[in-house]
Design a protein around this ligand. Structure first.
Ligand code: ME8
Length: 519
């Protein structure tokens, strides 16, 4: 009987189309992809949603600057995100655009429900608005010169009559869901220090927020007052429900809702931990299970963004390191949760150390040995299980412990230690001496290295989907690596005959990770 799959719903933010995709956006999306792939390999029914945020004043202004209509800008720029995710081999289930019809229906339905539930009221409002963030700020939230911390620009005074959401009504409920881990709808926020910041702010009190705009025409009109459009952030947050079928596809919604993980950087945590859950409470939808925020990639201490002109483009990165290596480097170069100042030197150093010198070198040594002593034919012997079992244990424990917490830099360390272990075993065995004294023992050694590398390749799959498959073929392993890995992760049995079968042929390979000499 087929085992029932557990669902796993993971999301990235939907990115604004005023900016071109850079490695900041790529970081979140690649991390989400690695986790999604890992979950699929562990037999979860994964729904992975990403997309673009296409309404609001920022988009209108950018389109005007480029002499385009907002729709033309959105079509062009959302395509750039789709192309970038294709470049990085991102395995999303759906790509949502907030200008799609299905999304307008969802936004209208939610706004109408909030209105019908008595949670929306009209009020005149005056405040300081940062267009970069698309939000109002109190003076105390700005720096000493009155500038936004994220965009280094001065928010402008805006005043209009808007529809407000009774956010204050949800303060205690939210605090309860965030702090009481025994609550059946407990919402976990990570990392801990960000969670504490959110709790601290909630404890100070919550003010009602404006949920509509009179002056912004590029948005979804309010169903109960067509002269105003829905505030872009509310429109954006609803994408997570639209993506899994809200409101019409009840089956899909029931299957995947709520999200198991909403992933993002710290800049937009408040919206996800406070505004989104309050909307969901207001319409009676369950709250997300986990909200994970990571740090910023910074260049010269500033968050990377097009407006600051300090971006590294995905194409530059892939041209230099290749697709799979770029995925690995971006996802593991900084600890998840902290900020990381990034440089080409640092990336190249990590590429040379982890990939060219450790993994690449291991594959090349084993293939050379197999070619020289066995003409690339896998020896037909029983292998020594000790090395393989060690590798399997290190990897299994490391992945289980760190993958669900997104600690991908730790997972990378564990992968590297497993690779180092095989490299070290080769030094201990001294195959070049055995070739002269004990060819049977050499056969057992080489066969053991192959089995160990097969297991490493399976664990590398979420990070390097193409190169793992290549390594699998080089090692002469047969069958679809993805299917075999699924079975292996489920029962965790290393059979004495292994994955690379005795008598099969290995393949010679090009150098997988050519060393880069210029830092
Ligand atoms: O905020 N370092 O969109 P956005 C790390 N549309 N991550 C970065 C980054 C950097 N330098 N720059 C961007 C929005 N990111 C809204 C979201 S969701 C309902 C609406 C990533 O285009 C990171 O995930 O400004 C951050 O949270 C997101 O891009 C912001 O993307």
């Amino acid at each position: 009987m087929k085992e029932k799959q557990i669902k796993f719903y993971i999301t990235t933010p939907i990115y604004y189309v005023n900016d071109i995709p850079h490695i900041g956006h790529s970081y979140t999306t690649i991390v989400a992809d690695i986790v999604a792939r890992w979950k699929r390999l562990n037999n979860y029914d994964v729904f992975f949603l990403t997309g673009t945020d296409e309404h609001g004043i920022k988009i209108v202004d950018t389109a005007k600057d480029k002499a385009l209509t907002p729709k033309e800008l959105c079509d062009r720029m959302s395509l750039k995100f789709i192309e970038t995710w294709k470049l990085f081999n991102i395995s999303y289930t759906d790509f949502i655009r907030t200008t799609e019809y299905r999304h307008a229906i969802a936004v209208e339905k939610i706004m109408q429900s909030l209105f019908d539930n008595g949670l929306i009221f009209k009020k005149k409002y005056e405040g300081l608005y940062c267009i970069g963030c698309e939000r109002f700020y109190a003076q105390k939230d700005l720096d000493e010169n009155g500038y936004c911390y994220f965009h280094k620009t001065k928010p402008l005074l805006q005043s209009e009559e808007n529809y407000f959401f009774k956010l204050s009504y949800f303060r205690n409920k939210l605090l309860n869901r965030i702090t009481d881990s025994t609550h059946k709808e407990y919402m976990e926020i990570q990392p801990e220090e960000r969670r504490n910041e959110i709790i601290g702010k909630l404890e100070l009190g919550l003010e009602d927020v404006s949920f509509s705009r009179m002056a912004v025409k590029w948005g979804v009109p309010l169903p109960f007052d067509k002269t105003q459009t829905v505030y872009v952030w509310v429109d954006a947050l609803i994408n997570y429900a639209t993506g899994v079928g809200y409101p019409e596809n009840k089956y899909k919604l029931q299957k995947y809702w709520p999200a198991d993980i909403h992933l993002m950087a710290k800049d937009i945590l408040w919206f996800h931990c406070v505004i989104l859950p309050a909307i969901l409470l207001g319409v009676g939808l369950p709250l997300p299970k986990k909200i994970y925020s990571h740090g910023f990639f910074t260049l010269n201490g500033y968050k990377m963004s097009k407006s600051l002109g300090n971006i590294i483009s995905p194409k530059e990165l892939v041209d230099k390191y290749g697709v799979d290596a770029s995925r690995y480097l971006i996802a593991t170069v900084m600890p998840f949760g902290s900020d990381g100042n990034i440089s080409w030197q640092e990336l190249t150093l990590k590429y040379n150390t982890d990939l060219a010198n450790n993994l690449g070198n291991l594959i090349s040594r084993i293939t050379k040995m197999a070619e020289k002593y066995f003409n690339l034919c896998i020896p037909n012997v029983d292998f020594d299980l000790k090395l393989t079992k060690n590798i399997a244990t290190i990897l299994k424990e490391g992945f289980i412990k760190n993958m669900d917490n997104m600690q991908l830099h730790k997972v990378a360390e564990i992968l590297q230690s497993a690779i180092t272990l095989v490299n070290r075993q080769i030094e201990i065995d001294t195959p070049w001496k055995l070739a002269k004294t004990d060819i049977d023992k050499l056969a057992i050694c080489v066969y053991s290295y192959l089995q160990a590398v097969d297991i490493i390749a399976m664990y590398l799959l979420p990070f390097m989907p193409t190169i793992s498959n290549k390594i699998w073929l080089i090692m002469g392993a047969s069958g679809d690596i993805n299917e075999i890995a699924k079975k292996y992760f489920a029962d965790n049995i290393i059979h004495k005959r292994g994955f690379s079968k005795g008598g099969s042929r290995m393949q010679l390979s090009e150098i997988l990770f050519p060393r880069i000499n210029k830092l």
